[in-house]
Design a protein around this ligand. Structure first.
Ligand code: CMP
Length: 136
């Protein structure tokens, strides 16, 4: 079984679509093994997106991710990382396929409704960023 991390981002929480997104995840066969609503601090957001720190969008991304509450969800399933990425669609909603979470709910490349881990290794690391093993 693989693990992957979903973050329902501030744009989607503001739109009150966190329930719809969670239902899509459950309907796609994922097990939710942990779930938290929280307001990220700048320090947490900077650390979580550290890999992007040289990118021009890094500071804006940190500001956006701390602009309101998020919902972090630890997911487990066979082939979870790839299946979840298919469910959410491309980073840019303009390129996301019909029926994907981002096509349905994202505003833009930055305000793109959900985060998804990009590899099996990062799935484990990112779940561990928000959840102690004893919480799962
Ligand atoms: P996420 O899956 O959370 O991983 C990194 C995030 O950076 C991504 O979703 C987007 O929110 C954001 N991002 C990636 N590329 C760009 C871009 N070109 N401009 C603005 N934001 C971006």
């Amino acid at each position: 079984m693989e693990r992957t991390l979903c973050i329902i981002k501030p744009d989607a929480v503001k739109k009150k679509v966190q329930g719809s997104i969670t239902q899509m995840i459950l309907d796609a066969g994922f097990n939710i093994i942990g779930m938290k609503m929280l307001h990220l601090s700048k320090k947490q957001a900077r650390k979580f997106y550290e890999v992007h720190k040289e990118r021009p969008f890094y500071n804006d991304l940190v500001d956006f991710m701390t602009s309101g509450p998020v919902v972090t969800i630890a997911l487990e399933k066979e082939n979870a990382v790839a299946d979840y990425r298919n469910l959410i669609g491309a980073t840019d909603p303009a390129e996301a396929k019909d029926g994907t979470v981002r096509k349905l709910f994202a505003n833009s490349k930055q305000e793109n409704a959900v985060h998804g881990s990009d590899s099996v290794e990062n799935g484990k690391i990112e779940v561990g960023f928000f959840f102690a093993e004893s919480e799962l």
